[in-house]
Design a protein around this ligand. Structure first.
Ligand code: CA
Length: 337
């Protein structure tokens, strides 16, 4: 009986402690959260990035210890630099940076280091030596070549189903929509999609390549121009992202393609598995995409930044692992068609 009473007393004490904690958290206003994490997004108006941003906001909203201070760089590095300065003045505990211009990462890191603030970069990847210049910097992203490899494997499968060799020369004639001239993701996707096709035994010929800056309208204009001169020759359209794939499909549809008539269908492949691309694939107007796990990315970015904000090791208590660089975490891709 005494033992039971002691036990009950202990339980009652624990309950009081837990309730005490809970009450304190519940009463704290959002801006009274213990940890402030400044978030710089390259631009809200990017389909894939907006899925990551929303998932990140959901992580923040679900964690009473963390306040995320969100910023839209609007694709403008000068604007993002100002936002960074303000976050540093606010003495945030950690920074999450989706940098506009990879070339600006070095100075952003120098500012963070001077203020002693840890940084988690994501999606747009600064060079390894730049990341390593400050020991409190990590990167969460994808493996640049993986999206290209998966896209190439998917294209080889579709090609081998037959019916797409319009001129019957046993060579795949394609046009390529490249995201950016210098971005490592764009370079790797462009290269590995085609080299994977070739490794799978598919001979290829590039009819055209356009740097369309990940942009739907620019891709539309490029495909419209290609259709104007080579409409009969194009067998596949390859895009580094779904935003450009969607522009390509609009241009195709405007010229009477990909609108239900099987004889007038040119396969289009993208990357990201945006909601729009998934819908287009569902309607049979687009062929395939490569899924970036936006929610998985946000979860990792948030967890690393929260650890760092508390002065812990970035990976403490987490199941992520660094790749061979020792500072980057890679979230895997999947095929979607
Ligand atoms: Ca051909």
């Amino acid at each position: 009986m005494k033992k039971l009473l002691t036990l009950l007393l202990v339980i009652a004490m624990m309950a009081t402690m837990v309730t005490g904690c809970g009450t304190k958290e519940a009463d704290a206003p959002a801006d009274g959260a213990a940890l402030k994490i400044g978030v710089l997004i390259y631009k809200y108006d990017d389909t894939y990035i907006s899925t990551v941003r929303q998932a990140l906001e959901a992580e923040g909203a679900a964690d009473a210890d963390v306040e995320l201070i969100m910023n839209d760089g609007q694709g403008d590095q000068a604007k993002q630099n100002d936002q960074l300065d303000i976050l540093i003045e606010k003495k945030v505990d950690a920074l999450i940076i989706n940098i506009v211009d990879i070339g600006a990462a070095k100075s952003a890191i120098e500012k963070a280091q001077e203020a002693g603030i840890p940084v988690v970069f994501f999606n747009r990847e600064p060079a390894e030596d730049v990341l390593k210049a400050y020991d409190k910097v990590r990167f969460v992203g994808t493996k640049p070549e993986e999206a290209g490899i998966i896209q190439g494997e998917m294209m080889a499968e579709v090609w081998n189903e037959g019916g797409y060799d319009r001129n019957g020369d046993n060579v795949l004639q394609y046009v390529m929509l490249k995201g950016d001239a210098d971005n490592p993701e764009a370079i790797a996707r462009t290269e590995y999609s085609i080299s994977t096709l070739n490794e799978k035994g598919v001979e290829t010929e590039e009819l055209g390549l356009q740097v369309a800056n990940w942009d739907t309208d620019k891709a539309y204009a490029a495909v419209e121009a290609w259709l104007g001169k080579d409409a009969e020759k194009i067998e596949f359209i390859v895009a580094n992202n779904d935003g450009m794939a969607s522009g390509a499909i609009s241009a195709l549809q405007n010229a009477g393609y990909n609108s239900g008539d099987e004889a007038k269908y040119i396969p289009v492949f993208g990357v990201d598995a945006t909601e729009e691309a998934v819908n287009l694939i569902g309607k049979g107007e687009m062929t395939g995409t490569v899924k970036q796990d936006g929610a998985g990315m946000a979860k990792a970015v948030f967890a690393l930044a929260k650890n760092a904000a508390q002065g812990k090791d970035f990976l403490e208590g987490l199941s992520y692992e660094y790749d061979e660089t020792g500072v980057s975490v890679r979230i895997p891709y999947q095929a979607y068609k």
